[in-house]
Design a protein around this ligand. Structure first.
Ligand code: AMP
Length: 595
């Protein structure tokens, strides 16, 4: 299917971007029966709706030569709920109308209003903005809507939800009755009907939701997990899919904050979007996602509205959406513009029925699967590593010289192993998941309470993943420094720059004394600062994980980049009492030399 006849300036703009076939919503707005009419279009972000209304209003905007005439006042107005969406719309219309010579003014909160006033005065033909800012300009006389030929309300449902009804009415009332009105909305609640009734005449309904190209390209998966394993399952999903950009949906801002902190702690480049973030924090987060400094976005439904991340290929519903419509709306962030996407619903065992019925009502066929386990992730890693490292390389003279030097001192196998380790070091460690059934979950919880570790104290040391901390050498170090045996160390939690571990309260004093005495003993790790921890680590309450056999290339302080949390009889998480509140003495280790 190709685009129907379009003005040359627009056809060229589309061709330059290789947009050779219209999306369903684009096709629908260009149909003969839609030409010139008011429209109510139900289309979601990702359906190509911006280009759709851009093409639809070309009729009101372009002269016979396919150019935008010089007008005394704006001819087209697009109102969008959020700053990001308005900027996005503005960017899309900019390339679409560049050859036609349109001048676009973007008016959004958080930008310099006097700069916007100047652009409006200098003859903008298309105005894109958010409701509040547009009404401001209108009231101050900077925005003249007397010549307006077409008004577009983008994500109209969202604007009404956000309480912008008054602003929208104020703006529309300032436009000529003869204008064309295009209403775009993901959902069609009653308020939208009322708006349509008041501001449109003989409007045409177009519904492309569900048939749009984005929808068909999403593979849905439902992943059942034990309720206490949700975070680990999310970590593993992110590691397994290794998406260029992924979005995680949570129901509340508290949950967003928590997930974000948890992911950062485990080494993911993640940003958060929720109601508690300021506009500038939001901008920074979005910029980080766009320029790939961050790959994971944790968001609430509201905060993620209007977000368009072109390379988003994974959506994870960390918390089950309220209803099928939200499920689809969240999932529709991926699988856009012809690309494939995956939407994963994390389903705690007790919520399975609820999710099944939600999927049925949305007519979504989801694959019910287990969360990817450690082995599956490591296998994927191997595939991806081979693919990445077997890409063709361009070798410069300087590189060749360096390669020769390396080859003179190391075997090719050693060099290849170093390369693999360097790549692998960038990847956060996958988690060990409990066997995926409620019974096994209960068993595992019981197992956490090992005799002797009912009452423990958290200590911490000033080395973490970044210093290659690993239980395999951390444990012997603790034994040497604290004069204890491996069996007297409880849970070990390795964070990015610190490691927490538990010692039974009964021997905590003895341990602390020994630490002071061995603090200067460099041969026995005396330069590592070890002290009582004022609090338990954030992930103290996580269920236990079994440690597998050591892996080639991962053992030892030098090469082991990440530890494997767990319980070789001596690294088992036990009890979760926070800090030692001993009355008798205050433990102060000798200051860390040189650190
Ligand atoms: P939207 O629904 O407006 O947020 O558009 C989603 C993405 O699809 C944008 O990046 C558009 O540039 C892109 N897009 C729009 N129309 C087409 C098309 N006909 N073919 C391919 N991509 C398109």
């Amino acid at each position: 299917m190709t685009f129907p006849d379009l003005p040359a300036s627009l056809a060229q703009a589309l061709a330059e971007r290789d947009y050779d076939s219209p999306t369903p919503v684009q096709l629908a707005v260009l149909e003969q029966e839609a030409v010139g009419r008011d429209l109510v279009v139900s289309a979601q972000t990702g359906s190509g709706k911006t280009v759709a209304f851009g093409l639809a209003f070309s009729e009101q905007l372009l002269d016979d030569n396919g150019r935008v005439p010089h007008a005394g006042a704006p001819l087209a107005l697009v109102i969008a709920p959020t700053r990001e969406l308005a900027l996005q719309v503005s960017r899309e219309l900019a390339w679409l109308y560049q050859k036609a010579g349109a001048r676009i003014a973007t008016c959004v909160g958080g930008m310099n209003p006097s700069q916007e006033r100047r652009t409006l005065k200098s003859g903008a033909t298309i105005v894109v903005g958010t409701p509040g800012r547009l009404r401001d300009h209108l009231e101050r006389g900077a925005l003249d809507l007397s010549q307006l030929a077409v008004a577009v309300l983008d994500e109209a449902d969202e604007m009404l939800d956000m309480g912008f009804r008054e602003e929208l009415e104020g703006i529309l009332d300032a436009t000529p009755e003869t204008r064309r009105t295009l209403l775009f909305s993901a959902t069609m609640p009653r308020q939208i009907e009322a708006l349509a009734k008041r501001y449109q005449r003989n409007s045409l309904r177009i519904a492309t939701t569900g048939t749009e190209r984005g929808h068909g390209d999403i593979a849905y998966q439902a992943v059942t997990v034990s309720p206490s394993e949700i975070e680990n399952a999310v970590v593993n999903l992110l590691r397994f899919h290794d998406a260029e950009t992924a979005i995680l949906f949570c129901a509340t801002r508290d949950k967003v904050r928590h997930m974000h902190a948890m992911l950062q702690e485990r080494g993911f480049a993640a940003v958060a979007l929720s109601g508690e973030h300021s506009q500038s924090e939001r901008n920074q987060a979005l910029q980080a996602l766009r320029d790939k400094r961050a790959r994971v976005c944790v968001a609430t439904d509201v905060a993620s509205r209007g977000l368009d991340l072109p390379n988003l290929s994974l959506v994870v519903h960390v918390e089950i959406p309220r209803d099928a419509e939200i499920l689809q709306h969240r999932s529709g962030r991926t699988g856009r513009a012809g690309k494939k996407g995956t939407a994963v619903i994390v389903v705690p065992f007790p919520r399975r029925r609820r999710v099944e019925s939600m999927l049925r009502s949305a007519k979504i066929n989801a694959a019910w699967i287990n969360a990817p386990d450690r082995e599956a992730i490591l296998e994927k890693d191997r595939e991806r590593l081979l693919e990445a490292l077997l890409q063709p390389v361009e070798v410069t003279d300087a590189d060749r010289e360096l390669a020769d030097k390396l080859l003179a001192q190391r075997t090719p196998q050693e060099i290849a192993a170093l390369l693999v380790q360097a790549h692998r070091a960038k990847m956060p460690e996958p988690e060990e998941l409990l066997v995926n059934s409620p019974e096994k979950h209960r068993e595992a919880q019981k197992e956490r309470h090992r005799p002797g570790f009912e009452d423990t104290v958290w200590f911490r040391m000033d080395i973490g993943r970044r210093q290659n901390a690993d239980p395999r050498w951390v444990l012997p170090l603790l034994c040497r420094r604290g004069h204890i045996t491996r069996n007297e160390v409880g849970a070990i939690r390795i964070g990015p720059v610190q490691t927490h571990f538990q010692i039974p309260r009964a021997i905590a004093d003895k341990f602390a004394d020994a630490l002071v005495r061995t603090a200067g003993d460099d041969e026995n790790g005396g330069d590592v600062k070890i002290e009582l921890s004022p609090e338990a680590p954030r992930d103290a309450a996580r269920p236990s994980h079994r440690r597998g056999p050591p892996q080639a290339g991962r053992g030892g302080p030098r090469h082991a980049k990440k530890h494997r949390k767990g319980n070789s009889a001596n690294a088992e998480p036990r009890g979760d009492k926070p800090a030692f509140k001993g009355k008798k003495r205050k433990f102060k280790p000798k200051p860390n030399k040189g650190a």
